[in-house]
Design a protein around this ligand. Structure first.
Ligand code: AP5
Length: 215
Protein backbone atom coordinates (compact mmCIF):
# COMPACT_ATOMS: atom_id res chain seq x y z
CA UNK A 1 0.00 0.00 0.00
CA UNK A 2 1.27 3.49 -0.87
CA UNK A 3 -0.28 6.47 0.88
CA UNK A 4 0.27 10.21 1.14
CA UNK A 5 -0.19 12.00 4.46
CA UNK A 6 -1.16 15.53 3.54
CA UNK A 7 -1.66 18.54 5.76
CA UNK A 8 -0.13 21.85 6.79
CA UNK A 9 2.94 22.17 9.03
CA UNK A 10 2.22 20.66 12.43
CA UNK A 11 -0.87 18.76 11.25
CA UNK A 12 0.60 15.54 12.64
CA UNK A 13 1.98 13.90 9.48
CA UNK A 14 5.24 12.83 11.10
CA UNK A 15 3.48 11.68 14.28
CA UNK A 16 1.06 9.46 12.37
CA UNK A 17 3.71 8.20 9.93
CA UNK A 18 5.79 7.00 12.90
CA UNK A 19 2.78 5.05 14.20
CA UNK A 20 2.19 3.38 10.85
CA UNK A 21 5.87 2.41 10.68
CA UNK A 22 5.70 0.87 14.16
CA UNK A 23 2.32 -0.82 13.73
CA UNK A 24 2.38 -1.93 10.08
CA UNK A 25 6.02 -2.15 9.04
CA UNK A 26 5.51 0.51 6.37
CA UNK A 27 8.37 2.81 5.41
CA UNK A 28 8.12 6.58 5.98
CA UNK A 29 9.60 8.76 3.26
CA UNK A 30 9.76 12.25 4.77
CA UNK A 31 11.38 14.79 2.47
CA UNK A 32 11.73 17.14 5.47
CA UNK A 33 13.73 14.51 7.40
CA UNK A 34 15.85 13.69 4.35
CA UNK A 35 16.60 17.35 3.69
CA UNK A 36 17.50 17.95 7.37
CA UNK A 37 19.91 14.99 7.19
CA UNK A 38 21.43 16.48 4.03
CA UNK A 39 21.82 19.87 5.73
CA UNK A 40 23.47 18.23 8.75
CA UNK A 41 25.87 16.29 6.53
CA UNK A 42 26.56 19.44 4.45
CA UNK A 43 26.01 17.55 1.18
CA UNK A 44 25.52 19.60 -2.03
CA UNK A 45 21.74 19.17 -1.65
CA UNK A 46 21.95 20.21 2.00
CA UNK A 47 23.95 23.32 1.14
CA UNK A 48 21.29 24.35 -1.39
CA UNK A 49 18.39 23.55 0.92
CA UNK A 50 19.56 25.09 4.22
CA UNK A 51 18.63 28.74 3.73
CA UNK A 52 15.36 27.89 1.95
CA UNK A 53 14.26 25.65 4.82
CA UNK A 54 15.21 28.18 7.47
CA UNK A 55 13.09 30.81 5.70
CA UNK A 56 10.07 28.47 5.44
CA UNK A 57 10.13 28.35 1.63
CA UNK A 58 10.07 25.24 -0.54
CA UNK A 59 13.14 23.45 -1.85
CA UNK A 60 13.15 22.90 -5.64
CA UNK A 61 10.85 20.26 -7.10
CA UNK A 62 13.72 18.54 -8.92
CA UNK A 63 15.75 18.07 -5.75
CA UNK A 64 12.94 16.56 -3.68
CA UNK A 65 11.60 14.33 -6.45
CA UNK A 66 15.16 13.14 -7.11
CA UNK A 67 15.58 12.19 -3.45
CA UNK A 68 12.25 10.33 -3.42
CA UNK A 69 13.20 8.37 -6.55
CA UNK A 70 16.49 7.29 -4.95
CA UNK A 71 14.71 6.18 -1.77
CA UNK A 72 12.07 4.22 -3.69
CA UNK A 73 14.85 2.38 -5.51
CA UNK A 74 16.17 1.14 -2.17
CA UNK A 75 12.86 -0.49 -1.23
CA UNK A 76 11.53 -3.94 -1.82
CA UNK A 77 8.54 -3.79 -4.20
CA UNK A 78 6.23 -5.23 -1.52
CA UNK A 79 7.08 -2.61 1.13
CA UNK A 80 4.30 -0.13 1.81
CA UNK A 81 5.28 3.53 1.66
CA UNK A 82 4.01 6.57 3.54
CA UNK A 83 4.83 9.82 1.77
CA UNK A 84 5.19 12.48 4.48
CA UNK A 85 5.62 16.06 3.30
CA UNK A 86 5.78 15.03 -0.36
CA UNK A 87 4.29 15.93 -2.82
CA UNK A 88 3.95 19.63 -2.00
CA UNK A 89 3.36 21.15 -5.44
CA UNK A 90 1.50 20.16 -8.61
CA UNK A 91 4.87 19.45 -10.28
CA UNK A 92 5.82 17.09 -7.43
CA UNK A 93 2.44 15.34 -7.63
CA UNK A 94 3.01 14.75 -11.34
CA UNK A 95 6.57 13.57 -10.70
CA UNK A 96 5.35 11.14 -8.04
CA UNK A 97 2.92 9.53 -10.48
CA UNK A 98 5.82 8.89 -12.85
CA UNK A 99 8.14 7.63 -10.09
CA UNK A 100 5.50 5.19 -8.85
CA UNK A 101 4.38 3.85 -12.21
CA UNK A 102 8.01 3.32 -13.30
CA UNK A 103 8.36 1.03 -10.28
CA UNK A 104 5.08 -0.81 -10.68
CA UNK A 105 3.49 1.04 -7.75
CA UNK A 106 0.35 3.14 -7.47
CA UNK A 107 -1.25 5.38 -4.90
CA UNK A 108 -3.94 3.87 -2.69
CA UNK A 109 -5.00 6.83 -0.54
CA UNK A 110 -4.29 10.47 0.21
CA UNK A 111 -5.14 11.03 3.89
CA UNK A 112 -5.74 14.73 4.41
CA UNK A 113 -5.32 15.84 8.03
CA UNK A 114 -7.80 18.66 8.54
CA UNK A 115 -6.64 21.09 11.21
CA UNK A 116 -7.31 24.51 12.64
CA UNK A 117 -4.34 26.64 11.60
CA UNK A 118 -4.43 28.70 14.79
CA UNK A 119 -3.65 25.59 16.85
CA UNK A 120 -0.71 24.66 14.66
CA UNK A 121 1.59 27.40 15.84
CA UNK A 122 1.23 26.10 19.41
CA UNK A 123 1.91 22.57 18.22
CA UNK A 124 5.02 23.55 16.31
CA UNK A 125 6.69 25.94 18.73
CA UNK A 126 6.23 23.32 21.50
CA UNK A 127 7.74 20.47 19.48
CA UNK A 128 11.10 18.84 20.25
CA UNK A 129 12.79 15.53 19.52
CA UNK A 130 15.29 13.22 21.13
CA UNK A 131 18.75 14.20 19.84
CA UNK A 132 19.80 10.56 19.80
CA UNK A 133 16.90 8.52 18.33
CA UNK A 134 14.61 11.24 16.93
CA UNK A 135 11.51 10.30 18.97
CA UNK A 136 9.05 13.21 18.94
CA UNK A 137 7.74 15.11 21.99
CA UNK A 138 5.78 18.25 22.80
CA UNK A 139 5.96 20.69 25.73
CA UNK A 140 2.22 20.21 26.40
CA UNK A 141 0.79 17.40 24.25
CA UNK A 142 3.44 14.68 24.56
CA UNK A 143 5.86 14.79 27.46
CA UNK A 144 8.35 11.98 28.14
CA UNK A 145 7.16 9.61 30.90
CA UNK A 146 10.16 10.61 33.03
CA UNK A 147 10.91 14.32 32.73
CA UNK A 148 14.02 14.95 30.63
CA UNK A 149 14.53 11.30 29.63
CA UNK A 150 13.61 9.88 26.20
CA UNK A 151 10.99 7.10 26.50
CA UNK A 152 12.53 5.20 23.61
CA UNK A 153 16.32 5.27 24.11
CA UNK A 154 16.89 6.85 27.56
CA UNK A 155 18.89 9.79 26.17
CA UNK A 156 18.71 13.08 28.08
CA UNK A 157 19.61 15.25 25.07
CA UNK A 158 16.82 16.88 23.08
CA UNK A 159 16.72 19.33 20.18
CA UNK A 160 14.39 21.74 18.41
CA UNK A 161 14.21 22.53 14.68
CA UNK A 162 15.56 25.92 13.56
CA UNK A 163 12.41 26.48 11.46
CA UNK A 164 10.05 25.87 14.40
CA UNK A 165 9.55 29.52 15.31
CA UNK A 166 6.36 31.50 14.84
CA UNK A 167 7.58 33.70 11.98
CA UNK A 168 8.86 30.79 9.87
CA UNK A 169 5.77 28.72 10.65
CA UNK A 170 3.56 31.48 9.22
CA UNK A 171 5.62 31.40 5.98
CA UNK A 172 5.39 27.59 5.86
CA UNK A 173 1.60 27.82 6.25
CA UNK A 174 1.36 30.40 3.48
CA UNK A 175 3.40 28.11 1.23
CA UNK A 176 1.03 25.25 2.07
CA UNK A 177 -2.05 27.30 1.20
CA UNK A 178 -0.56 28.64 -2.04
CA UNK A 179 1.22 25.57 -3.42
CA UNK A 180 0.17 22.38 -1.63
CA UNK A 181 -3.57 22.78 -0.94
CA UNK A 182 -4.25 23.20 -4.71
CA UNK A 183 -3.08 19.61 -5.37
CA UNK A 184 -5.89 18.17 -3.22
CA UNK A 185 -8.56 18.58 -5.94
CA UNK A 186 -6.30 16.70 -8.37
CA UNK A 187 -6.36 13.68 -6.06
CA UNK A 188 -10.06 14.20 -5.27
CA UNK A 189 -10.83 13.85 -8.96
CA UNK A 190 -9.16 10.43 -8.82
CA UNK A 191 -11.21 9.37 -5.78
CA UNK A 192 -8.12 9.01 -3.56
CA UNK A 193 -8.73 11.60 -0.83
CA UNK A 194 -9.89 10.58 2.64
CA UNK A 195 -10.38 13.33 5.23
CA UNK A 196 -9.29 12.88 8.83
CA UNK A 197 -9.98 15.18 11.78
CA UNK A 198 -6.43 16.17 12.69
CA UNK A 199 -7.64 18.13 15.74
CA UNK A 200 -8.66 14.95 17.55
CA UNK A 201 -6.16 13.44 19.98
CA UNK A 202 -3.25 11.51 18.51
CA UNK A 203 -4.77 8.08 19.21
CA UNK A 204 -8.08 9.03 17.60
CA UNK A 205 -6.28 10.35 14.52
CA UNK A 206 -4.31 7.09 14.35
CA UNK A 207 -7.50 5.05 14.63
CA UNK A 208 -9.14 7.05 11.84
CA UNK A 209 -6.17 6.47 9.54
CA UNK A 210 -6.12 2.77 10.43
CA UNK A 211 -9.83 2.63 9.49
CA UNK A 212 -9.05 4.06 6.06
CA UNK A 213 -6.21 1.61 5.42
CA UNK A 214 -8.28 -1.37 6.57
CA UNK A 215 -11.41 -0.41 4.61
P1 AP5 B 1 8.71 19.15 6.91
O1 AP5 B 1 9.71 18.54 7.79
O2 AP5 B 1 7.92 18.28 5.98
O3 AP5 B 1 7.77 20.06 7.79
P2 AP5 B 1 6.20 20.41 7.73
O4 AP5 B 1 5.42 19.97 6.57
O5 AP5 B 1 6.20 21.86 7.99
O6 AP5 B 1 5.62 19.51 8.76
P3 AP5 B 1 6.06 19.33 10.22
O7 AP5 B 1 7.14 18.31 10.32
O8 AP5 B 1 6.33 20.67 10.82
O9 AP5 B 1 4.70 18.85 10.84
P4 AP5 B 1 3.98 17.45 10.94
O10 AP5 B 1 2.69 17.52 10.19
O11 AP5 B 1 4.90 16.30 10.61
O12 AP5 B 1 3.62 17.47 12.49
P5 AP5 B 1 4.16 16.59 13.70
O13 AP5 B 1 3.65 15.19 13.57
O14 AP5 B 1 5.63 16.77 13.93
O15 AP5 B 1 9.40 20.24 5.99
C1 AP5 B 1 10.32 21.21 6.50
C2 AP5 B 1 10.87 22.05 5.38
O16 AP5 B 1 11.60 21.22 4.44
C3 AP5 B 1 9.83 22.77 4.51
O17 AP5 B 1 9.43 24.01 5.08
C4 AP5 B 1 10.60 22.93 3.18
O18 AP5 B 1 11.52 24.00 3.24
C5 AP5 B 1 11.38 21.65 3.09
N1 AP5 B 1 10.65 20.58 2.38
C6 AP5 B 1 10.23 19.38 2.92
N2 AP5 B 1 9.59 18.64 2.00
C7 AP5 B 1 9.58 19.39 0.85
C8 AP5 B 1 9.02 19.18 -0.44
N3 AP5 B 1 8.34 18.07 -0.74
N4 AP5 B 1 9.19 20.17 -1.36
C9 AP5 B 1 9.88 21.29 -1.09
N5 AP5 B 1 10.42 21.56 0.13
C10 AP5 B 1 10.27 20.62 1.09
O19 AP5 B 1 3.35 17.29 14.89
C11 AP5 B 1 3.71 18.60 15.35
C12 AP5 B 1 3.64 18.64 16.89
O20 AP5 B 1 2.28 18.49 17.28
C13 AP5 B 1 4.43 17.50 17.58
O21 AP5 B 1 5.08 18.03 18.71
C14 AP5 B 1 3.36 16.48 17.96
O22 AP5 B 1 3.72 15.82 19.18
C15 AP5 B 1 2.12 17.34 18.14
N6 AP5 B 1 0.92 16.65 17.67
C16 AP5 B 1 0.80 15.83 16.57
N7 AP5 B 1 -0.46 15.38 16.45
C17 AP5 B 1 -1.17 15.93 17.50
C18 AP5 B 1 -2.54 15.86 17.93
N8 AP5 B 1 -3.45 15.11 17.25
N9 AP5 B 1 -2.89 16.56 19.03
C19 AP5 B 1 -1.97 17.33 19.71
N10 AP5 B 1 -0.67 17.43 19.36
C20 AP5 B 1 -0.27 16.75 18.26
Amino acid sequence: MNIILLGPPGAGKGTQAARLVAERGMVQLSTGDMLRAAVKAATPVGLQAKAVMESGGLVSDDIVSGIIGEELDRLDAATGVIFDGYPRTAAQAQALDGLLSARGRSLDYVAELEVDEDALVERIVGRYTCAQCGAGYHDVFKLPKVAGVCDVCGSTAFKRRPDDNEETVRTRMAEYRAKTAPIIPLYEARGLVRRVDGMADMNAVGAAIAGILDA
